[in-house]
Write a protein that binds this ligand. Structure first.
Ligand code: SAH
Length: 388
């Protein structure tokens, strides 16, 4: 049966020409017979073929391009795309046990995330179209990896924009909620069913390793979650304090600490804004500080508040660093560009009367590929700064 055709405007076609893979509702002229989650043929008013896409009957992002080719997008095509993603991982995440196998748009598999934690695979299908392809994804993973377990963490709010329910659970194999895997030579427990994202922040794996390289003396890890950065710092530092507002995250952080037999780590449950303010007033000093807050600007409208939030955190941290100390500061808000982020830090440095050297400008780990013409796929900024 031929796929339903969806007609787009010239502006929609121009977006495709510019290399983007999203077409918004305003640029869809006629959705024809397309139903929720169909793989559709994208054409312009003259019926010129522009590619094949996942169609959403609800989202403002109506079409997500899968391919510019005419070849039928079937199970084999899907398996090839997953295999291509896996090939890249062999190069960029070779030794890692926990990594992102498929990173949605970044791997030309829009709205599909597959994270691997050793023998367990966790998937997210975030659009009507990917939700429909879910059984095939599970099948491909089973054939390629014979995993102990395939779980879904589709308990995410964006599914609401697609009219999809929030759900999580086991799709194949054992029902596992916790798994222990190694990262950069350290042991970590991941709470696959209850943790944030699919259990961990895999996008910071390379930055945690980089941070360890500069870490020294007395260290502070703000927004520590389950101790990802803190444990890496502890390998080098005299003492590390991890601060997070989530008691569940901190209880896992303590278990991770025990697992690695580390004595030089302490944890504090607090709002990092309050903590930093109090620590600054109390004239606390550190040699290494990590700031890895949640996204402050999920929407453009939150940009101003985000700007203030980043500035305050970074100002306090810069004030509290000893001369020669390092600040590892992150932003995972796509709407705050690297240039914006550098500008915020510069303003904070001036206010703090500190001279700052940019030692490294980093981004998300390479298993979260950035698609050159899809700026949304570049979201994480991680600056390593030295204070003099
Ligand atoms: N650095 C971590 C990931 C941090 S995720 C890693 O590498 O694994 C962000 C964390 O910030 C979450 O654990 C969340 O509980 C915490 N958080 C969010 N708002 C906070 C606040 N105002 N104060 C303290 N922690 C906060």
């Amino acid at each position: 049966m031929p796929s339903p055709a969806v007609t787009i405007s010239q502006r929609g076609a121009d977006r495709v020409l510019a290399g983007h893979i999203w077409i918004y509702r305003a640029d869809v002229v006629d959705a024809g017979e397309a139903g929720p989650g169909d793989v559709v043929r994208v054409q312009d008013r003259r019926r010129h073929f522009w590619g094949q896409a996942l169609y959403s009957s609800q989202s403002q992002i109506t079409l997500r391009l899968l391919t510019r080719e005419e070849r039928t997008f079937d199970g084999e095509f899907l398996a090839e795309r997953i295999a291509a993603a896996a090939n890249l991982r062999q190069l960029v995440a070779g030794g890692a046990q926990a990594y992102r196998l498929v990173s949605a748009e970044g791997d030309l598999l829009p709205s599909l995330i597959i994270d691997r934690y050793g023998p367990c695979f966790i998937i997210q299908t975030l659009t009507q179209g990917m939700e429909r392809l879910k059984p095939q994804v599970v099948d491909i993973l089973q054939r390629a990896y014979s995993p102990r377990s395939i779980l879904e963490r589709n308990d995410v709010a964006v599914r609401g924009l697609e009219g999809l329910p929030e759900q999580k659970g086991t799709l194949a194999g054992e029902s596992i909620s916790e798994v222990e895997v190694e990262e950069n030579g350290l042991r970590f427990i991941f709470d696959l069913m209850g943790g944030q994202k699919t259990g961990g922040f895999l996008d910071q794996r390379e930055n945690r390793l980089a941070a360890r390289q500069y870490a020294r003396g007395r260290a502070l890890d703000c927004f520590s979650y389950t101790g990802g950065f803190a444990l890496h710092l502890a390998v080098q530092c005299d003492s590390v304090l991890g601060v997070d507002s989530s008691p569940e995250a901190l209880s896992l952080a303590r278990r991770n600490q025990q697992l690695n037999n580390m004595a030089n780590l302490e944890w504090k449950e607090a709002n990092c804004f309050d903590f930093l303010k109090a620590a600054d007033l109390a004239r606390q000093r550190y040699d290494t500080i990590v700031l890895d807050p949640p996204a402050f600007a999920r929407q453009k409208s939150k940009l101003e508040a985000a700007w203030r939030g980043y500035k305050e955190l970074n100002l306090r941290a810069l004030k509290m660093l000893n001369a020669g100390g390092f600040l590892i500061t992150c932003s995972c808000s796509h709407h705050v560009s690297e240039a914006d982020f550098l500008e915020i830090i510069a303003a904070a440095a001036l206010d703090a009367h500190r001279t700052v050297t940019v030692v490294e400008r980093r981004t998300q780990s390479r298993d979260h590929p950035i698609l050159l013409t899809v700026p949304e796929t570049h979201y994480l900024k991680c600056l390593i700064l030295r204070v003099t």
